[in-house]
Write a protein that binds this ligand. Structure first.
Ligand code: PLP
Length: 387
């Protein structure tokens, strides 16, 4: 089932044939040893992806469920959470945590900018924060958080470090045993969904808990959830032949294949490829006078938020591209109409972006703007192969 369209939004991302094939595997019983073996295998690969010495949970749901699981299993109602937000998805932790009676404080960056670590340090000095959330790549702005700066500041304060990796996992390093300057400065929870850089259709919430995060759950007598309580899932994740709630059998087949593709490419190579792709796509689009919102130092390898040149009408531009079979996303909130978002992650290929740059150039011309397509493609190709 080859794709008819190029889905270049910030997720879901293009799904390759092997994954579609896996998805249509005959639906076995969730306790069938042939399925259990596949489930186990996918969990082992997930552990490797995050290099965790803790536990991983792969559960039917979307990335937002993964966020909820991370929050309610580490922070009790009445305790304090600090949200570091670089945009729309960072902000999502605020109502989420508040709905469970957690006290939330927020540090928000201006869209496209970074939260400075000094601000975080100052806030944490007030004391009493149980955890801090950081969005690795905020999908609204294309800004990537600087883990080298933030992990030490948060961990020094004694708070748990929770990383929303939904738009980064499997494209940017998220190593839970990596020590950021001190052996104790490691990330405690990393979460993602199946449909972004892993390249599998939407449907799975994926969360890794390190030892300190597991201990935080252990220290709480109960949590405000049943389906989201990791204690209910632990026996299943350790032995997927056991039953708690029926796993999405076909999605697990697809996920297993998606993770096999990730692992066979190799994590290092995959991270390098995404870094190159991000820079190359932005450089190609710049030839058309399209400016990335985030400065290159903080721009994400996985998606870009791109400001339109004067006079390009967002709705018309995206509708014309869609007619040509290329789907991109509009920008959110105050950037709506002024920018678009293009995903460049997962199993999207170099060939797709050459095509994408051609289609963008043609569309600009149709709309009465100038576009040097050859130069844009040449710039993309040069940078993609030199990074
Ligand atoms: C997409 C996304 C989410 C939400 O995931 P859903 O699968 O839509 O629930 C959360 N955080 C980030 C950073 C995202 O990119």
């Amino acid at each position: 089932m080859p794709n008819k369209e190029m889905l270049l939004i910030p997720g879901p991302t293009p799904v390759v044939d092997e994954i579609y094939d896996a998805l249509t595997h005959e639906t076995y019983a969730h306790t069938d040893p042939r399925f259990v073996k596949i489930f186990k295998n996918s969990l082992e690969m997930t552990k490797k992806l995050f290099n965790t010495d803790g536990e991983v949970f792969v559960i039917a749901g979307s990335g937002t469920l993964a966020m909820e699981i991370a929050i309610i299993n580490t922070i009790a109602p009445g305790e304090k959470l600090l949200v570091i937000s670089h945009g729309y998805f960072g902000d999502r932790f605020v109502p989420l945590a508040k709905s469970f009676g957690i006290q939330v404080e927020t540090i928000q960056a201006e869209w496209g900018q970074h939260v400075r670590k000094e601000l975080v340090e100052e806030k944490l000095a007030e004391g009493g924060f149980k955890a801090v959330t950081v969005t690795h790549v905020d999908t609204s702005t294309g800004v990537m958080a600087n883990l080298d700066q933030l992990v030490p500041v948060v961990k020094k304060s004694g708070a748990l470090f929770i990383l929303d990796g939904v738009c980064a996992a499997a494209a940017v390093e998220e190593d839970m045993q990596k020590a950021y300057g001190d052996p104790a400065y490691t990330m405690d929870v990393v979460l993602t969904g199946s449909q972004k850089a892993i390249g599998v259709p939407p449907g799975l919430a994926i969360v890794a808990f390190g030892p300190r995060a597991l201990a935080a759950r252990e220290a709480m007598p109960a949590v405000t959830g049943y389906y989201s309580d990791i204690k209910n899932w632990l026996p299943i994740m350790n032995d997927p032949g056991k039953y708690y709630a029926t796993p999405p059998v076909n999605m697990i087949y697809a996920f297993n294949k998606g993770m096999e593709i990730v692992m066979s490419e190799g994590l290092g190579k995959r991270y390098q490829r995404h870094a190159a792709l991000g820079r190359a796509v932005r450089a190609g689009l710049s030839v058309y006078g399209m400016k990335p919102l985030a400065p290159e130092e903080t721009a994400a390898p996985t998606l870009s938020c791109i400001l339109y040149p004067e006079g390009v009408i967002d709705a018309e531009f995206r509708a014309r591209l869609a007619q040509k079979g290329m789907v991109i996303a509009g920008a959110l909130a105050s950037l709506s109409g002024k920018a678009f978002r293009i995903g460049h992650m997962g199993n999207a290929t170099e060939k797709m972006f050459v095509k994408a740059l051609e289609l963008v150039g043609e569309t600009l011309k149709e709309m009465g703007h100038e576009a040097d397509i050859e130069k844009a493609v040449a710039e993309f190709t040069k940078i993609y192969h030199s990074v």
